[in-house]
Design a binder for this molecule. Sequence first.
Ligand code: ATP
Length: 215
Amino acid sequence: MAKRIGILGGTFDPVHIGHLRGALEVAEQFGLDELRLIPSARPPHRNTPQVSAADRLAMVEQAVAGLPPLTVDDRELRRDKPSYSIDTLESLRAELAPEDQLFLLLGWDAFCGLPTWHRWEELLDHCHILVLQRPDADSEPPESLRDLVAARSINDPQALTGPSGHIAFVWQTPLEVSATQIRQRLASGRSVRFLVPDAVLAYINAHGLYRAPTN
Ligand code: ATP
């Protein structure tokens, strides 16, 4: 039987309930065998993460421990090159059977930035794309994505068939949480309780992460 594997890439600086609820809801909705969170090492599109890759990975590991089908995949941290999604997809594909279904989860903001990604037009050769609606999302994709959305999107995500090639927009419980907001709260000494899992908060506290430097 074809396997159904989801992947959610991100800097996870730190991982938070927005990532985890989205991942869990998609995994349930699509009956995924596994949903891998894939921390990126050197994100090509953004500033250097504030904490080390090892800490970001450890926090994701804490967050998904004992929470199947969520798992962690550290392949981008083991690679000595920028973390391009196309490389990750190709390496995952090489490990799967041709009929296995791969689902790339993207938040709405990440999806809108797709045309700036390395070899972005090849992504759908390897996977389906599931776009998670975020509360702050515009309803229309940018001009550069309109043709692709018109050609590849399907209205009923449950009708997604085949190993790759389609785009579906997926509703998730809206959680207006971002890692930026969490870093800011921590830097100013405010609580992030309930915005990250308790185990992640314990890790942040134990390692003194994201605190403003003291003089
Ligand atoms: P930052 O605030 O540092 O930019 P972030 O909270 O957006 O970080 P990322 O690690 O960049 O987190 O996100 C990884 C993926 O998760 C992206 O596809 C992003 O759109 C999605 N995502 C992040 N937060 C949410 C949320 N609250 N709801 C749905 N999707 C989210």
